[in-house]
Write a protein that binds this ligand. Structure first.
Ligand code: PLP
Length: 443
């Protein structure tokens, strides 16, 4: 059975593939087992990356409009060189004194509100969220966690239990409550902030009724797996107030929204005028090198940190922190936030122009270079059209543009190109999307 609700997952046999690709897929299944998923009905075999482009084994170029790991561009020369240089000098762990980890911590923490004073390193976003939950549970003495209905926070035992987007075959913990995401497009009265606050209060009340003390509300800064919700900035404030009034913490998962993607701010939570208790980082932090982390208020980690030793063999190793430092320098030196803001606005204009041509585009929303484009059967009823969304994703893939879909109804195009995306790249993307839309009967 493969009912894990992953939009854009490859389904064997959906399209006929060349024998050598079929053989590679079969070899992969035999060696890696059944848990992995490929993307696209015609999976892509990539061998090289450069900036916003990926290249397959025949040298064909694909525009990557989806990858927010290689956020400063695939194989950015400055990051690649920093990693290569460091790995030849020293690759070891945080149990030795080393300058780079301190220099990086100083530089990164300077980008956060003063209250967030410590940085701890992990290798993945899942580990960062896992550590954040441990800290929150220890600090509050609670167990209850509130997440959005289609949240994704990662893969460890504790984090899979708070990741409803993994689908019906992965159980949520008995201590977990879900709230609808703040969906302005489908909201009846446009009051997403009040609604979210009420939903969070109801979740807190339900935890209490079941004798579960709340520990934290954790959410993704752009609600990427819920369908990408960015507006109106500030909508989180009331919900966070309710969480704190109940003695729980607000954990900002910045794995998707961090490191400048939203353009106006380095961190997604800043759009909401909030200071989280804990922030978790990942994906773009090392531009592909595994490095992730937790930024936390010192008071929250004080007791947990002194009573429970923390060591992560690879987390914060000298190569990881060198990679992370190079990424942060590139974001700042190449003014990539400003680029995300400007090219994001330009791409939004292009998408809205397409919306005026094609009825099936129900909504275009974005913050900087993170977009959700809602595909609907008709604008009046807002009926989600997952099947058309899948055709658009696969149609773009055939035109060598890589995006994907998201949301509980699998009908939102998720677009998040590397932050080095240019206006020319945006024009090219819009032209390809227009061509794919034009080929859909009734679009
Ligand atoms: C919002 C969010 N949090 C956490 C994670 C987990 O990160 P990782 O895959 O590095 O464990 C992801 C991964 O997609 C994510 O999107």
């Amino acid at each position: 059975m493969q009912d894990d609700a992953m939009p854009n997952a490859y389904r064997p046999g959906a399209v006929e593939l060349p024998p050598e690709e079929q053989a590679m897929i079969e070899r992969r299944r035999r060696l890696l087992g059944p848990a992995y998923r490929l993307m696209y009905q015609h999976p892509v075999h990539i061998v090289r990356g450069d900036g916003v482009w990926l290249y397959d084994q025949s040298g064909k170029a694909y525009m990557d409009v989806y990858n927010n790991v290689a956020s400063v561009g695939h194989c950015h020369p400055r990051v690649a060189r920093a990693i290569a240089d460091q790995v030849q000098v020293l690759a070891t762990n945080t149990r030795y004194l080393h300058d780079t980890i301190l220099g990086y911590a100083e530089r990164l923490l300077a980008t956060f509100p003063d209250a967030l004073g410590h940085l701890m390193f992990t290798c993945t976003g899942s580990e960062a969220n896992d550590l954040a939950l441990r800290a929150a549970k220890a600090y509050t003495g609670g167990q209850g966690i509130i997440v959005t209905e289609c949240a994704y926070h990662g893969i460890t035992q504790a984090i899979a239990e708070i990741s409803p987007s993994l689908g019906p075959n992965v159980d949520l913990g008995a201590h977990v409550r879900t709230v609808p995401a703040p969906d302005l497009y489908r909201s009846r009265n446009g009051e997403v902030a009040d609604q979210l606050r009420r939903d969070v209060e109801a979740a807190l009340a339900d935890l209490k009724r079941h004798g579960i003390k709340p520990a934290a509300f954790i959410c993704d800064g752009v609600f990427s797996s819920d369908g990408v919700f960015t507006e109106p900035a500030g909508f989180l404030a009331g919900a966070v107030e309710a969480v704190r009034a109940a003695g729980a913490l607000y954990i900002a998962d910045e794995v998707q929204s961090g490191f400048g993607r939203t353009g106006s701010h380095l961190w997604g939570f800043q759009r909401h005028g909030l200071v989280p208790d804990i922030v978790t980082l990942g994906k773009p932090m090392g531009n592909g090198y595994p490095v992730a982390g937790v930024v936390v208020k010192p008071s929250i980690i004080a007791e947990f940190g002194s009573s429970a030793r923390y060591f992560n063999t690879f987390g914060g190793n000298t190569v990881a922190t060198t990679a992370a430092m190079a990424v942060l320098e590139v974001i700042q030196d190449e003014a990539l936030m400003d680029n995300a803001l400007k090219v994001g606005a330009y791409l939004a204009d292009g998408l809205r122009e397409l919306m005026s041509e094609y009825q099936v585009i129900g909504d275009v929303r974005h913050a900087g270079l993170f977009f959700g484009v809602e595909i609907v059967g008709d604008r009046q009823s807002k009926r989600p059209d997952a099947s058309l969304t899948a055709k658009l994703v696969d149609g773009l893939r055939e035109r060598q543009v890589l995006i994907s879909a998201t949301g509980p109804r699998a009908n939102v195009l998720k677009i998040r190109p590397p932050l080095v995306f240019t206006r020319d790249n945006a024009d090219f993307f819009i032209a390809q999307l227009r061509a794919v839309l034009a080929a859909q009967p009734g679009a």
